[in-house]
Write a protein that binds this ligand. Structure first.
Ligand SMILES: [Zn+2]
Length: 680
């Protein structure tokens, strides 16, 4: 795991959501940009989102197997069909299959065999549960926990490797808060009825799973209570998401012996030797208070209670890949959290699982079928234009001193970009995929990934590595890598359309590129230097000026209502909102540059009756037209650093004089902020 800024949320941590990222057919909408989405009865200066998306919203229904419907889901839906074609061909077998085709084909094939999964019931997980049952004392349980982490079950805490915050060229070990089933600590701590209800659903879900696993009713019910009790104790010591945004709050490199002293019951040495980790003397303990609590939980809970809890995480993380009754129970919990009314078709879940397990193998085939070299060239040109535009923006900022500007330029020039797919594909030859062994394949794929993470400890950072698979419809910025990354999956309409004018593409993928670049300079990104080290390169005064402007954005968005009377968390969403605002501004500036440079005058012409500037904003709007279930909206307020689509549009345009000029908006109209915020 690495800390990256993604463009949209990718599911909820800690809960085995088998399908937040898989999508259904929705025939009612046009995938690309079209003026048909516009509702011309609305005044764009009154509510631009409603203007740009009104007709789209009228025609769009959220498919039963979805939690939301937005351009990202539409695109991924199309990707799923492509990926299914690749996988079905590979699964059909034949002697001529390449090693990669064997792996992805057999993974998918085993996953699709629902009958076999039903016939096996809990059997495939039995050896793992027996391992837990066999632990005779708490120290022995540490080995079991280490093993369960390796195969993907998240009990008590989290482990990963990542660049050293102060020497990004080297990878070190991290231990971090974790061990929860529900998506956030709020679910365990907050007293309001909605959160209390979810705790009740968790107890019911765990009770049901324990019952399916063969425990008598009383024991199953007690098991559900045990899970809630232990997870509540852990949640209390978790740092909240807003605090975690500041990398300095997660910066606690410690010597092994100090960690041993901090939390002796955690048996650090034993844990890492069970992981077969290479020798190291220091590691980062992201949240030391949490480890004191882990220590306390191990002490105060009985061996039996801890075993119940560890078993629970094994059952919860594998439930989507066991027999139908487990799958259904798991989905029911997901439904409570997100409002999704139907489970996705099995083939979608299996395509998604294959992408999760073998993403860079499946990705190779995907790229061969979909991604041309010309796409990469045009993207590179746009990235260059956006970088130049941000450079210009920094140079002309009235509130920043020359000293800090100089540093900011060095950082901007050092940002690397990755487009489409990795130069070097991951080698999966050590991962054994067996036909007909669904759960075994799933656990071995998790083990393969854990071992890959473990092997990096103490080694130089591989800056060529990718954090997303090629079919992913998303993008990210990483502070430690100081890079922006755009998988092939997002380089399609409505983000990027070869048939469309530059104005629409600049409003789509142009803003996305600008968004990712701006992350290098948001409340989090600005704390990293060009090499990816946590280092303050700002003068004190400029730092204060930044904070003042960021505060304006946090307050502005903190007043937006997400669902019912629930407002956005302005501090949690600050970085994304800063990136949305900065991204739109520099993308529009890049477009103006292109128009000025076009000697034919064609770029300045109206199309469909709209000026290039208007088309830019319409293209921007189209990308964020969104329908979301209220339950899911509520969950995202707690966990998602991104604002809902409506505010990713209206929050930005109301801050932009360029928007007001393009649409002739007047002071006093809703899309003209009284006191507009601007960071970049
Ligand atoms: Zn972002």
């Amino acid at each position: 795991m690495r800390t990256v800024k993604v463009l949209v949320a990718v599911g909820a941590a800690g809960f085995a959501l088998s399908g937040v990222w898989a999508f259904a057919q929705n025939s009612g909408t046009n995938p690309g940009f079209s003026v048909e989405a516009i509702d011309r009865t609305i005044d764009p200066c009154a509510d631009f989102y409603q203007y740009a998306c009104g007709n789209w919203l009228k025609k769009t229904e959220i498919p039963a197997d979805q939690t939301e419907w937005i351009s990202f889901t539409e695109l991924y839906e199309r990707n799923l069909v492509t990926l299914r074609g690749i996988l079905e061909k590979a699964a059909a077998g034949g002697a001529a299959r390449s090693a990669i085709e064997q792996k992805i084909g057999d993974y998918f094939g085993a996953c699709m065999d629902e009958k076999a999964a039903d016939a096996k019931g809990l059997d495939p997980l039995k050896p793992e549960l027996d391992r837990v049952a066999a632990a005779t004392d708490k120290a022995a349980l540490i080995d079991v926990i280490a093993h369960s982490h390796v195969i993907g079950a998240n009990s008590l805490f989290g482990f990963y490797s990542s660049p050293d915050l102060h020497n990004a060229d080297m990878v070190i070990a991290y231990v971090d808060q974790g061990g929860l089933t529900l998506p956030d600590r709020d679910y365990y701590i907050k007293d309001d009825p909605k959160h209390a209800e979810m705790r009740q659903h968790l107890v019911e879900y765990a009770t049901q799973i324990f019952t399916l696993a063969g425990k008598p009713p009383q024991q199953a019910g007690d098991g559900g209570q045990t899970v809630l009790r232990i997870e509540t104790a852990l949640a209390k010591a978790e740092m909240d998401r807003t605090q975690r945004r500041d990398p300095r709050n997660r910066d606690h490199k410690m010597k092994r012996e100090d960690v041993l002293a901090l939390a002796p019951n955690f048996h650090l040495n034993q844990y890492f030797s069970a992981l077969k980790a290479p020798a190291f003397s220091e590691l980062n303990v992201s949240n030391p208070e949490f480890f004191k609590q882990v220590n306390g939980v191990i002490e105060s809970e009985s061996l039996d209670a801890l075993k119940t809890y560890v078993s629970w995480h094994l059952l919860n993380s594998t439930a989507p890949w066991l027999s139908k009754s487990f799958v259904d129970a798991n989905f029911k919990m997901q439904q409570q959290l997100t409002g999704q009314s139907e489970i996705q078709a099995r083939w979608k879940r299996c395509v998604d699982a294959t992408d999760g397990a073998l993403g860079e193998a499946l990705g190779q085939k995907y790229v061969e079928e979909t991604f041309g070299a010309d796409g990469k060239q045009r993207m590179l040109k746009m990235v260059d234009a956006l970088e130049a535009s941000l450079g210009q923006d920094i140079a002309t900022l009235p509130w920043m001193s020359e000293e800090t500007k100089k540093q900011a330029k060095v950082k901007l020039q050092a940002i690397r970009n990755k487009i489409g797919y990795p130069d070097q594909w991951r080698d999966y030859s050590a991962l054994k995929i067996e036909p007909g062994d669904l759960l075994g394949n799933f656990l071995r794929a998790n083990e393969f990934e854990s071992n890959r993470q473990i092997a990096k400890i103490g080694k130089p950072l591989d800056r060529k590595e990718w954090g997303m698979t090629p079919p992913t419809v998303n993008a990210y910025y990483s502070g430690s890598y100081n890079e922006i990354v755009f998988p092939a999956g997002i380089l399609q309409p409505p983000f990027f359309d070869k048939k469309m004018d530059d104005a629409v593409n600049m409003g789509g993928i142009g803003v996305v590129i600008g968004h990712e670049l701006t992350h290098g300079f948001d409340d989090q990104g600005r704390k990293y230097d060009p090499r990816g080290n946590l280092r303050d390169w700002w003068t004190e005064q400029d730092g204060k000026e930044f904070e003042k402007r960021a505060d304006c954005v946090a307050k502005e968005y903190g007043n937006f209502v997400a669902v019912d009377d629930l407002k956005l968390n302005g501090k949690l969403t600050l970085g994304e909102n800063t990136a949305d605002n900065g991204g739109a501004r520099i993308a529009l500036a890049a477009l103006e540059q292109m128009i000025a440079q076009d000697k034919t005058g064609k770029a300045a012409e109206k199309l469909d009756g709209y000026t290039p500037e208007q088309r830019f904003f319409l293209g921007f709007g189209r990308v964020w037209c969104e329908k979301r279930r209220p339950e899911f909206s509520r969950m995202l307020v707690s966990v998602d650093p991104h604002s809902p689509g409506k505010y990713r549009i209206n929050g930005v345009v109301q801050n932009m004089p360029e928007f007001q000029k393009a649409w002739g908006c007047k002071s006093g109209q809703p899309m003209v902020a009284q006191s507009a915020c601007r960071v970049w």
